[in-house]
Ligand binder design. Structure first.
Ligand SMILES: *[C@@H]1O[C@H](CO)[C@@H](O)[C@H](O)[C@H]1NC(C)=O
Ligand SMILES: *[C@@H]1O[C@H](CO)[C@@H](O)[C@H](O)[C@H]1NC(C)=O
Ligand SMILES: *[C@@H]1O[C@H](CO)[C@@H](O)[C@H](O)[C@H]1NC(C)=O
Ligand SMILES: *[C@@H]1O[C@H](CO)[C@@H](O)[C@H](O)[C@H]1NC(C)=O
Ligand SMILES: *[C@@H]1O[C@H](CO)[C@@H](O)[C@H](O)[C@H]1NC(C)=O
Length: 190
């Protein structure tokens, strides 16, 4: 599906979507960002926030590509992140982190992760949902996907939710890696 076509899906009533593209959430998956200028950067964790790109280019002390597992079912799923142990063959300080997007009233617009030691009332941690292989959040009965990315350094893009105030560009998150991974070192196309 093209970027434009997917963009049109951004806000649709959930019930309007046929069962045709509905697909069970995989038991384990990575997320990959597709946007203008990059196609298939993996989602990685660094300092509690979500980024797209190369962890090795991050200035964080323990960045790592995230492997997600779903918790819960239907439209009230949470996605729990752990380091992808194939790619992260070093020790990181984080595990079992909960994927979260800011609520409308949150001033920090970055997509982030909660640990068992942090709580944050300004985030939504349920409603993550795949339509086909594309990641949405179910809010008020609608599939929402205002994911945006802001390049913060070479091959590192911070992931935002519903914010273009800094020049963020739209990005689509999918659970499948790019078919032509030549621009994404460390990611195989299997
Ligand atoms: C972890 O990374 C490897 C190497 O890129 C990849 O083959 C595998 O599918 C990833 N696993 C998950 C669950 O994302
Ligand atoms: C890492 O990079 C970000 C973005 O460039 C910057 O805001 C942050 O201060 C840096 N952190 C460290 C520890 O250098
Ligand atoms: C970790 O992975 C890197 C490349 O991804 C490799 O060069 C290094 O030898 C690996 N280290 C271990 C301990 O497996
Ligand atoms: C959080 O989880 C870690 C690892 O499982 C554990 O060592 C720690 O005690 C937990 N902290 C709290 C506050 O539950
Ligand atoms: C995005 O932000 C606008 C302005 O604050 C708000 O009206 C809208 O509901 C938000 N959309 C989502 C999906 O959070």
């Amino acid at each position: 599906m093209s970027f434009t076509k997917l963009s049109l899906l951004c806000t649709l009533p959930l019930l309007a979507l046929g069962a045709k593209f509905k697909r069970a959430t995989p038991d384990e998956f990575g997320l990959f960002g597709y946007g203008q200028g990059f196609g298939g950067f993996p989602l990685f964790y660094a300092d509690g926030y979500a980024y797209l790109g190369e962890p090795s280019s991050s200035n964080s002390s323990d960045p790592g590509v995230v492997t997600f597992t779903p918790s819960g079912s239907g439209t009230s799923q949470s996605w729990i992140g752990n380091p992808n142990t194939t790619l992260t063959n070093y020790t990181v300080s984080w595990s079992d982190v909960t994927f979260a997007v800011p609520t409308v009233s949150s001033s920090d617009r970055r997509v982030r992760f909660l640990t068992n030691e942090t709580s944050d009332s300004d985030v939504v941690t349920t409603g993550f949902y795949f339509y086909g292989s594309t990641a949405f959040v179910v809010e008020g009965g609608k599939l929402e996907s205002p994911w945006y990315a802001l390049q913060v350094s070479e091959r590192v893009h911070a992931l935002y939710w519903n914010d273009t105030s800094l020049g963020q560009v739209p990005v689509i998150l999918r659970n499948n890696p790019p078919s032509n991974p030549q621009n994404v070192p460390g990611i195989s196309s299997n």
